[in-house]
Design a protein around this ligand. Structure first.
Ligand code: GTP
Length: 173
């Protein structure tokens, strides 16, 4: 991947980026409307609180934006709001769908929705489940791909391209 990351190609009517992740799995990313599944089972939420990025510290993986699996009888959007609260204590103010990606894992394929959320309040939780709770950062470091504090899910083109989109859509004056 060069500094700008992978390039965008139109495949089956959708614009997609393709790259290989930290574990050498193939990832396909698109900012079009639900290109891989209308009912994805995973979510990932890029969060902003008081002009900072709000992440969580996962107990095994390290710093990452909150997210996880969609439960039975739950919609992806509901899961996104729940995961942000469980892993960071953040109460979602606004939340927008940004895109979707597909990871071809060794055993299974997963599809994950990406959201951008603004947080109105951080409420201390008794238990942050498998995480150590909220982490606030002014900037995501440029060396995130090599930084051992950060989770593998922050180390491929999904983060790079999502932040570009979010900055363009939401953070420019
Ligand atoms: P269980 O069903 O609880 O056992 O889950 P799992 O540990 O198999 O993980 P999960 O279903 O969340 O994901 C399956 C595989 O997809 C993982 O082993 C990861 O390699 C990969 N994966 C999951 N989420 C991401 C992600 O956000 N980015 C990338 N690049 N890979 C991911």
């Amino acid at each position: 991947m060069n500094r700008e990351g992978p390039s965008n190609k139109k495949i089956e009517g959708f614009y997609m980026y393709r790259f290989i992740d930290y574990y050498h799995n193939e990832v396909v990313l698109s900012f079009d409307d639900h290109p891989f599944s209308t009912d994805p089972k995973h979510v990932w939420v890029v969060c902003r609180y008081q002009n900072k990025w709000l992440l969580t510290k996962h107990s095994d993986r390290g710093y990452e934006f909150p997210g996880g699996k969609v439960e039975e009888n739950e919609m992806a959007l509901e899961a996104a709001i729940r995961e942000v609260k469980e892993e960071t204590g953040g109460i979602v103010d606004t939340i927008d769908y940004i895109g979707q990606y597909k990871v071809r894992g060794k055993e299974k394929m997963i599809v994950k929705n990406i959201y951008y959320a603004t947080i109105k309040e951080l409420i201390t939780q008794e238990d942050y489940l498998e995480t150590y709770g909220p982490i606030l950062l002014e900037e995501i470091p440029h060396n995130v791909q090599k930084n051992r504090q950060f989770s593998f899910i922050m180390k491929d083109g999904v983060l790079l391209k999502s932040l570009e989109r979010i900055k363009q859509r939401f953070l420019t004056n």
